[in-house]
Design a protein around this ligand. Structure first.
Ligand SMILES: Nc1ncnc2c1ncn2[C@@H]1O[C@H](COP(=O)(O)OP(=O)(O)OP(=O)(O)O)[C@@H](O)[C@H]1O
Length: 264
């Protein structure tokens, strides 16, 4: 079976001029299977978000290839590239910034359908999909559809963000630190919802996080990124219990120190 996503030798440099460039991604290669959940972990500045943004088409690459269901997507332009958003959606870190304050929840969740021209002219079908997406994130459509984002809590807004990602029934969701602005119980709740959708309709996730603790019980595999390079990858359990690379070990040590100081 072909992979859902295959990233090959991805490179990215940022800089103020042609002469002053910093390589933030150095030949990054990995693949993700249909229905798989991969955690992309690493410290701040490692390049995790940049990888997610390139896959989602929000950033360009300097070199490399990305195959989505066998089709190379970095070379696609304009309408063809934009049409991929139906299959690849992104959930962002900040539920306050991600949602336009002037739109009602129903309109916000319907927006990806409108942008993609899905069920154009079929208002009933769109409403049905919006209601289904809200239900899937345990927000009662009757209660939420006519409300505005400022009337919602952070956890509810992030669930709206997730409903927006689910509404097109994508094959891949890139979730960039989606829980980092939520407290612990809401974090686990959001991950449980994401896991349920994965079991229910096989959606795959690339879960970007600096918090290795969140990947336990959620991610099938982990990819560890250090300064733009993959230093280790494998099954979540194997990596957490038996890290091979000193950098991975240091991420786990940092986690253990935090755990031990929780009661202080
Ligand atoms: N648009 C940009 N222009 C210039 N430099 C950038 C830009 N976007 C990212 N960078 C730089 O690229 C590097 C990788 O950033 P990226 O956001 O991908 O890291 P990250 O691993 O997601 O970090 P964090 O966990 O803090 O979000 C950083 O050094 C960052 O400063």
């Amino acid at each position: 079976m072909t992979s859902l996503l295959e990233v090959k030798d991805l490179e990215k440099a940022f800089g103020r001029s042609k002469d002053v460039q910093v390589n933030v991604l150095k030949s990054v290669s990995f693949s993700l299977k249909h229905g798989e959940i991969i955690g992309l972990i690493g410290a701040s500045g490692a390049g995790k978000s940049t990888i997610g943004r390139i896959i989602a088409g929000l950033e360009t690459a300097n070199a490399g290839q990305i195959f989505f269901e066998g089709q190379e997507i970095l070379s696609l332009k304009g309408k063809e590239r934009r049409s991929l958003a139906k299959y690849i959606q992104m959930v962002f870190q900040d539920p306050y910034e991600a949602l336009s304050s002037r739109m009602k929840i129903g309109q916000l969740v319907a927006e990806p359908l409108v942008i993609q021209g899905i069920d154009k002219g079929n208002k009933e079908k769109r409403i049905e999909k919006v209601r289904r997406a809200l239900n899937s994130v345990t927000l009662d459509p009757d209660k939420y559809i006519d409300r505005y984002p400022h009337e919602l809590s952070g956890g509810e807004r992030q669930r709206v963000g997730l409903a927006r990602a689910f509404v097109c029934e994508p094959k891949l969701i890139i979730a960039d630190e989606p829980t980092s602005m939520l407290d612990t119980s809401l974090r686990l709740e959001l991950l449980a919802l994401m896991k349920k959708m994965n079991e229910y309709n096989q959606v795959s996730y690339l879960f970007v996080t600096h918090d290795i603790a969140l990947t336990q019980g959620f991610c099938d595999r982990l990819i560890v990124l250090q300064q733009g390079e993959i230093v280790e990858e494998g099954k979540t359990k194997d990596i957490i219990e038996n890290p091979q690379h000193p950098y991975t070990q240091s991420l786990i040590d940092a986690l253990l120190i935090l755990e031990n100081h929780k009661g202080d």
